[in-house]
Design a protein around this ligand. Structure first.
Ligand code: ADP
Length: 536
């Protein structure tokens, strides 16, 4: 019996649905081609990788948005026996260098424009020798760079029968997730894990991606394999629409209208933006049936608006990099069909039912399972074939974040009598803004490095568009003077992170509440700030 690898994920669409379309928006314009052509180009790319000596044991880094060339690397890297490592283009320079070094990437596939400029700037600090620019041509540069299209043109496709044999435990993918303390942590996916998770995404009990859909994956391809849509939709032979670099709401709407997209997926911010855009300029969502929303809690108001005004069902999903994204989806059960709308929304707004293949435990501080009463809360632990059991190279995090093969998610959840989970808090001290992580501890440490700051605590406060934004409280030393602008500049010097990392407000306070053990009591601080959200 053959192993559970990505080989059939490549064979099925190229052999059985060669005429189905992939539409992709890039800086070069819109590419509209077929799975048949994808198959040939992927095999040329495999030849190019093999010619460079890459295969088993090597890591192919990618640094780009959602488009057809990135999709081709999703297949070419693992089919050549190597591992695909997707890197978040929105990270700060330090984290990018750290991640490329930690993963020891052998070559980078990079988007033209800003991502390439970032790599050019960091070139001397990166341990790679060659960059493939995912475009038709390359700009003048000191970096050893080749244009993707020249590479594909240069090599004859490897015959399908000559693709290397793969084993299900071979590493196939990798993605870094933010750590509460310390550096981002690498999460590795084997062929078998991708197989299991993509199957889960395809099944009706999962996300029900089918050949009849037109799928537009909006969640970036550097975030947990774009929640597995590129693999699941390809395996299903689905028409796919890739929205390209940093798509605006107008770009997404145009693609939905032009390509009659039926299903799409991404973080709440994107769909809130789209509603605002349609409010102002109008728009036609008549083709759209479903939006999968996750990464942060989907606001019920937004779900209702899509439902009422556009007849689009928002399906609320929960997941983590460590669970290969989707780990639960909220849909009413069949026996709830007769319930009225509000009662159904009580289920739909939750993070929902665990996806097939996974098991969960929700435990209190003493390690005992909580009652499924919708009120008792505890930490959510999950395990299953698509859940990692360790981080790459991080023994201390492995010790803390796993209990045998159970992943401790750091999410605090309740479970109701019907088995629906609801995430009510986060045990991990981290802020998630517009789907991207911000380390509260890194901000606190940097603030406390300032001469005038004695104590600093950073919390996430609710935000209509970004779901959460960082808010800092500082206690200053007597006789010192500082102000918000100075502290923000200081943070930028210390951390050198992108602008969205820095607090929306830094407030001077007399004291920061503490717990009995002397730690910052973030819960109390959150309550305090929520009661008094502005300084006035
Ligand atoms: P992803 O890229 O899938 O968002 P991350 O690993 O970056 O994965 O983030 C996972 C964390 O995001 C979860 O542990 C949880 O704290 C939060 N999260 C994900 N989905 C939801 C959701 N639907 N509701 C609330 N929090 C969520």
């Amino acid at each position: 019996m053959s192993d559970l690898t990505l080989q059939p994920f490549f064979w099925r669409p190229t052999a059985l649905f060669p005429e189905k379309r992939i539409v992709s928006r890039t800086a070069d314009g819109v590419t509209d081609y077929t799975y048949g052509a994808v198959g040939i180009r992927v095999r040329s790319l495999v030849a190019a990788l093999q010619d460079r000596g890459f295969g088993s044991g090597d890591r192919i880094g990618t640094f780009g948005w959602n488009h057809h060339r990135h999709l081709e690397t999703y297949f070419a890297a693992p089919l050549s026996g190597a591992q695909l490592h997707t890197i978040n283009v929105q990270l700060g320079d330090d984290d990018i260098v750290y991640i490329v070094e930690d993963a020891a990437d052998d070559i980078l596939f990079v988007d033209p424009g800003e991502p390439f400029e970032t790599i050019e700037r960091l070139w001397d600090d990166l341990p790679v020798d060659e960059v493939i620019v995912m475009s038709e041509s390359i700009p003048e540069t000191n970096v050893n760079a080749v244009a993707y299209e020249d590479l594909v043109d240069e090599y004859d496709p490897v015959a399908e029968t000559d693709l290397p044999d793969l084993e299900e435990d071979d590493p196939a993918g990798m993605c870094y997730t933010s750590g509460t303390t310390g550096r981002p942590k690498g999460v590795e996916y084997s062929h078998k894990m991708i197989y299991a998770h993509a199957m889960m995404v395809m099944t009706p009990a999962g996300l029900d991606v089918s050949e009849r859909d037109v799928v537009m994956p909006v969640v970036p391809m550097f975030h947990v394999n774009s929640w597995e849509f590129p693999y699941a939709a390809t395996m299903a032979g689905t028409t796919q629409v890739y929205p390209g670099p940093a798509p605006s709401a107008a770009d997404l709407l145009a693609l939905i209208e032009e390509e009659s997209v039926t299903m799409t997926a991404g973080v709440p911010t994107v769909w809130i933006d789209l509603l605002e855009h349609i409010d102002e300029h109008g728009g036609d969502l008549s083709s759209l049936e479903r939006i999968i929303v996750g990464g942060s809690a989907a606001p019920e108001e937004m779900m209702r608006r899509y439902d009422d005004e556009f007849d689009v069902t928002v399906e609320h999903a929960w997941g983590m990099t460590e669970t290969m994204s989707i780990g639960s989806v909220s849909r009413p059960k069949a026996r709830m069909d007769e319930w009225d709308r509000s009662r159904k929304y009580e289920k739909r707004r939750k993070q929902g039912l665990l996806s097939p293949g996974l098991e969960m435990r929700v435990v209190d501080d003493a390690g005992d399972e909580i009652d499924w009463d919708g009120e008792s809360a505890g930490e959510l632990l999950v395990r299953g074939p698509s859940v990692v059991t360790e981080y790459y190279n991080r023994p201390e995090a492995n010790e803390k974040d796993f209990d045998g093969d159970w992943l401790k998610t750091g999410d605090i959840a309740t479970v109701d009598e019907d088995g629906y989970i609801e995430i009510v808090d986060r045990a991990k001290d981290i802020i998630k803004s517009g789907g991207e992580w911000i380390s509260s501890i890194a901000l606190e440490n940097a603030l406390m490095a300032h001469d005038a700051v004695v104590e600093a605590a950073v919390i996430g406060v609710p935000h209509e568009k970004w779901q959460e934004r960082p808010f800092a409280c500082v206690v200053t030393a007597e006789g010192t003077e500082t102000n918000e602008d100075e502290l923000l500049n200081f943070l930028d010097d210390e951390l050198d992170q992108p602008d969205w990392w820095y607090p929306d407000e830094i407030r001077e306070v007399q004291i920061i509440p503490k717990t009995a053990t002397g730690k910052f009591d973030k819960k109390a601080l959150r309550n305090q700030i929520n009661r008094n959200p502005t300084n006035e």
